[in-house]
Design a protein around this ligand. Structure first.
Ligand code: AMP
Length: 221
């Protein structure tokens, strides 16, 4: 069996991390670990924990590092995580980056590649306000850029498309601020380690994906 391949995809909210991470996961046969999706699942279950998470997310703030660590650990040990993972939405700050290094080291693994999707804030704002996602399977669409052929329903499962609470403009501005303060400094960390690949994230899904593949210098496995 190949050695596990672990990647991190970094970029501001709305940079296209989720879409590209799904494609990478399927091309490289690794698990897609989206902490945002995991938190939304917890919220959808309506638990007490879900309610407190929802309040934090709706403000555009970060959920606590401890809670994220618990959520992440479950995924790393799951059968889909053993061949490697593409981490989308994690790490979000230096403490999380440290923790992820430690968790992977315990498994004899490390972050092999960090992909940074570079997208200017004004493009992000335009993208996110038009973003809609399927309430069933989470597939994302865009009112202008990638509308569903079924209008306000998902092409894959026919469930209704919804706007995320945290995709409202005032929340996006706060998420961009939090990103600049806590997450953007990780670029320096990974650049110094020599694992960072910076990719222009503006363009079609296909064009960005092919840039990511060339940045990784390999055609998948
Ligand atoms: P995302 O779907 O990755 O944009 O995440 C949506 C929201 O979930 C964020 O704005 C945070 O409130 C929360 N979240 C996701 N991942 C993390 C994380 N690693 N640490 C803290 N909060 C997170």
């Amino acid at each position: 069996m190949n050695r596990a391949l672990d990647l991190v995809i970094l970029g501001s909210p709305g940079a296209g991390k989720g879409t590209q991470a799904r494609r990478i996961a399927s091309a490289f046969d690794v698990a897609h670990v989206s902490t945002g999706d995991m938190l939304r699942d917890e919220v959808a279950q309506g638990t007490e924990l879900g309610k407190s998470i929802q309040a934090v997310m709706a403000q555009g703030e970060l959920v606590s590092d401890d809670l994220m660590a618990t959520v992440l650990l479950g995924r790393l040990h799951s059968p889909q995580g053993v061949a490697g993972c593409v981490f989308d939405g994690y790490p979000r700050n230096a403490a999380q980056a440290h923790l992820l290094d430690g968790l992977l080291a315990e498994l004899g693994r490390r972050i092999d590649v960090v992909l940074y999707l570079d997208v200017p804030d004004h493009v992000v704002l335009e993208r996110i306000t038009g973003r809609r996602s399927c309430s069933g399977c989470g597939t994302t669409y865009h009112l202008a850029g990638r509308p569903s052929r079924l209008g306000d329903r998902c092409e894959l499962c026919n469930d209704p498309l919804v706007q995320r609470d945290d995709d409202r403009e005032e929340v996006i501005r706060e998420r961009l601020r939090v990103y600049g303060e806590h997450t953007a400094p990780l670029l320096t960390l990974y650049r110094e380690r020599g694992v960072l690949h910076e990719v222009d994230g503006v363009g079609s899904e296909e064009a960005v994906f092919s840039r990511l593949r060339s940045a990784m210098g390999s055609g998948g496995r």
